[in-house]
Write a protein that binds this ligand. Structure first.
Ligand code: C2E
Ligand code: CA
Ligand code: CA
Ligand code: CA
Length: 279
């Protein structure tokens, strides 16, 4: 078996090199994309379950590549995270969202909060709080117009320092959501110590609602848990009427998903806000 290992290495080597080369090319491309302005932000509305009005949005980065077309964040965020490019990319998204909110305000739009995703690495960055404060100040933005989404796994990685960071961010006045909730392992005693304002139920539970009784139980439990901690619950990835009806019975607070709207280019989202904010 040992001897075969040597052959296997030769067999796989060209393919490995191709993969590494493709990654390096993508990394170099991504670096240039930032400089050339190929990144943009789409906004996915979040609606209240009570009245159906738009009560917030999530900012989702998009990469319009000159040759590859639209590249999904699922393909480049993990790469950006591994290579450290996420710091520059994340800073760009944060500044862009603040700039956009300011522009909409100046146009007289009544804008709700926009949530920006923070990757695990950004969340651990020592200057994060300073960057957020500066981004708000630069645009003279009311802090409550900005939300931040951190994943459950990033929050629970090093709980003590995560609590300290979330506490400092919250004291700026920005919103804070725990994202992809249910996919990690939070203990209730830890969760209680995070000054959050929203929990987001991961899309995987919402999409299985009709078929998997466990998912229904998890959604139910998350809503109960969140409410007992005084948090609002957002369900993401709502695609069907029956998912919506189930989540309404569970007293979920806000919904986000294709049933209401896909992530929208900034202009389309602004048009939605301008025409009365209902979906
Ligand atoms: P996420 O934070 O869980 O974002 C929700 C994802 O679900 C988005 O995918 C959104 O387009 C998608 N989605 C929303 N509603 C539905 C639905 O009804 N059905 C289906 N099938 N999908 C729905 P997207 O935009 O491709 O982003 C993927 C992930 O990339 C995000 O997952 C987030 O982890 C990451 N990401 C996106 N933008 C940023 C960013 O600016 N910074 C960082 N750090 N991560 C980002
Ligand atoms: Ca998110
Ligand atoms: Ca999410
Ligand atoms: Ca998710």
């Amino acid at each position: 078996a040992k001897a075969a290992g040597g052959h296997r290495f030769h067999f796989f080597a060209p393919e490995m090199n191709q993969r590494v080369a493709a990654r390096l090319a993508l990394e170099a491309d991504l670096r240039r994309a930032l400089e050339r302005g190929e990144l943009l932000v789409h906004y996915q509305p979040q609606v209240s379950l009570r009245g159906g009005e738009v009560v917030g949005a999530e900012a989702l980065v998009r990469w319009h590549h000159p040759r590859r077309g639209m590249v999904s964040p699922a393909d480049f965020i993990p790469l950006a995270e591994e290579t450290g490019l996420i710091d520059a990319l994340g800073e760009w998204v944060l500044r862009e969202v603040c700039r956009q909110q300011r522009q909409w305000l100046d146009q007289g739009l009544n804008v709700p909060q926009v949530g920006v995703n923070l990757s695990a690495r950004q969340f651990r960055h020592p200057d994060l709080v300073g960057l957020v404060a500066q981004s708000l100040r630069e645009q003279r933005l009311r802090p409550s117009l900005l939300g931040l989404e951190i994943t459950e796994s990033a929050a629970m990685h090093d709980v003590e320092s995560a609590i300290a960071t979330v506490t400092r961010l919250r004291s700026l006045g920005v919103g804070l959501s725990l994202d992809d909730f249910g996919t990690g392992y939070s203990s209730l005693s830890h969760l209680k110590r995070f000054p959050l304002d929203h929990l987001k139920i991961d899309r995987s539970f919402v999409s299985d609602l009709g078929t998997d009784p466990d998912s229904a139980a998890i959604c139910n439990a998350v809503v109960g848990l969140a409410h007992s901690l005084g948090l609002r619950v957002v369900a993401e990835g709502v695609e069907t009427e029956s998912q919506m009806l189930f989540l309404r019975r569970q007293r979920c607070d806000e919904l986000q998903g294709y049933l209401f709207s896909r992530p929208l280019p900034a202009a389309d989202y602004a048009a939605l806000l301008a025409c009365g904010r209902r979906l």
